[in-house]
Every structure is written in C-alpha cells, then in structure tokens.
Design a protein around this ligand. Sequence first.
Ligand code: NAD
Ligand code: UD1
Length: 322
Amino acid sequence: MKILVTGGLGYIGSHTVVELLEKGHEVVIIDNLYNSQKATHDKITAITHKPSTFVKMDATNYEGLKQLCKKHQFDGIIHFAGYKAVGESVAKPLMYYYNNLLSTITLARVAIEEGINKFIFSSSATVYGDGVSPLNEEAPLMERTNPYGETKAMSERILTDVAKANPTLNVILLRYFNPVGAHKSGLIGEVPNGTPNNLMPYITQVAKGLRDKLYIFGNDYPTIDGTGVRDYIHVVDLAKGHVAALEANKTGVNIYNLGTGKGTSVLELVNAFMSVNKVNIPYEITSRRAGDIATCYANVNKAKKELKWEAKYNVEDMVKDA
Ligand code: NAD
Ligand code: UD1
C-alpha cells in the first residue's frame, strides 16, 4: 500500500516508517520538523535500505496536502503529527488545540475529498483517565483530563463522526500505553527537547550522566511497591501494531489498545534498567506529580484477536534498547 505518514520523523512515526518499509509498503512522510530532524530520514534509509519520500510540510496545510494526495494517490494515512507534552498543554492550551485538532480535521477532510479510505490515528491511554486497569476499549473516557488529553478524546470523536457520515472512510483509533525503547540499530529513538517529562528518557539521561538523579514521583500509591504502575511497550512492537492495523482491512470505526497488558512499577523499571545495563541510577523519592494516577495497564485481547498482533518484547528488552 502507499501510505502518507504525518509526523513520520518523530519518535513513534520513524519506527513505524521502518516497519512499513520492511513490509514492502510505499511511504511518503510529512513532518514540519517541530520536534524532529531531517537527518532521521537518512537514518530510516540506512536501517531499511529502502527508499521513502520526505516532504517538509505542516499537517494543517490543506492546499499542500491536496496536491500531495493528488500526486501520490494514497491508500491510507497514519496520523502521528501533534504536540504531546501534558504540562506544556496546560500552559499553552491554544497551541495544543490548534495544532492537534486542526491537523486531524484537515487530514480527515483531505482523506474524504481524495478518496483515501484508511485513516489510523495516534490516540493515548490518557483518554481513560483514572479508570480501573486492565482497561479495555469499552471503558468510559475520562470527562476532563488536560488540554493534551482533550485533543486526543476530541480527535477520536471528530474522526468517529466523520467516518459515520462518510462510510467509505475507515478509521482506526490506536490508544497507546507507554511507548519506550528504540530500534536495535541505535540510529533512531526518543530525543526529547529540554527536561524529559516521561520516565524512560529521564532514566537514560541519568544513565548518560546528563542529570544527577531520577526523582520518583511518590511511593505511597496502592501498588506493589508504592510507585506508579504503567504498561510500558517497546516502540518497535507499537510500530508493528500500526502495520497490523493497516493490513487488517477493518471497516467503520475500530479502537484498539496497544500495550503489553502487563503493569510495571517505577522501581521495577529502574531496577531492571540498572541490572540489564549494569549502570547505577541514583534516585530520590519525592512527592506525587499532579495529575498522576496509581495504575494504568491495558487489556490487549481485542488487538490480539482482531489485528493478530501482540507485543513480543519484555521489560528487559525495553531497558536494553532504550
Ligand atoms: P514526536 O514529537 O516524537 O513526533 C511527532 C512528530 O510530529 C514530530 O516529528 C513533529 O515535528 C511532528 N509535528 C508536530 N506537529 C506537526 C504538524 N502540525 N505538521 C507536521 N508535523 C508535525 O511524538 P511521538 O512520541 O512520536 O508521538 C506521536 C503521536 O503519538 C503523537 O500524536 C502523540 O500525541 C501520540 N502519543 C504519544 C505517546 C508517547 O508516549 N510518545 C503516547 C500516546 C500517544
Ligand atoms: C504521561 C502523561 C500522559 C501521556 C503519557 C505518555 C502526565 C500526567 N501524563 O503519562 O498523558 O499519555 O505520559 O506520553 O504527564 N515518573 C517518575 N519520575 C519521572 C517521570 C515519571 O517517577 O521523572 C513516574 C510517573 O509518576 C509515573 C511513571 O513514572 O508513575 C510513568 O510516567 P510517564 O513516563 O510520564 O508516563 P505517564 O505518567 O503514564
């Protein structure tokens, strides 16, 4: 298939482009390079030895997208482009609503007008809020999260309504749990700007000596050791989940959790990182982070059954590849 990948030079997008190329799909990437580098395109080529096209373009650029779609006659769109920092979204809500919603709306419009009938969207487990784990796709969405989470819930609703009104458009909403790790080549991975918000990139920066220690946000949660529990998923498994979703030929609107179905605490992850990589990670327990929940992990039965996909990598693989 010929696929338009938005945000395809970012963390999850670049790993997905690699998997798409490995499976013989043709890929055109657009990215505005807000949170990525053009050099990542060369690295994708170095890993796969397969050509792909990169066009620097904003996913809100209706005219540009129209031209690109007329030229390439895509079979599908995978829409990763967006902003993703929760704290920043609270400080700059308009920036988040504008970019994340307008990109989704513009791409959906172009997909309908140009007869592109597969649309895969990057959603997040954040839409479940503090629902009870294991979370399945029927779990109620949280009423209000934060501007970032709202853009995910709103994009899901927009795409659902659009697909209902346009039965030729088939939408897959993928709710990612906590993507971590990197491609085995070490050529692509997660490179956050400034102080990392997420746990794994913070740990790797401590391991590298860029930061003195890790601050663990609370050890008084009702979990195995008091620290927060999450469903970490290797980014390569996550990327393969997109290929499975694309190839599954689902019609209408379908929602899938992409996780491992296993919860891991902060301390378990830190200890695994230290023992697998033989490096010390000094840490200090501090107070809870506002908005954090105790436990979040997926029920992954639906993706297993309908997409014939499941995560293969375990926590040891994740900390090694990170
Ligand atoms: P990322 O920042 O590494 O990648 C996003 C890419 O989109 C970047 O390369 C950025 O330059 C580009 N971009 C942003 N706005 C754009 C626009 N208007 N036009 C064109 N390009 C634009 O982030 P990621 O971790 O790869 O996340 C990809 C998607 O998955 C995002 O939608 C994110 O919200 C979602 N998601 C991520 C996580 C996670 O933990 N990383 C979890 C759940 C969902
Ligand atoms: C965060 C976002 C969520 C987003 C997800 C993936 C918040 C409140 N939530 O979720 O919306 O979908 O990232 O991008 O920001 N931790 C530490 N020290 C750190 C960093 C994290 O102890 O320096 C702990 C957290 O308290 C949590 C766990 O590590 O228990 C994982 O944190 P993180 O990687 O930020 O992911 P989420 O909290 O799941």
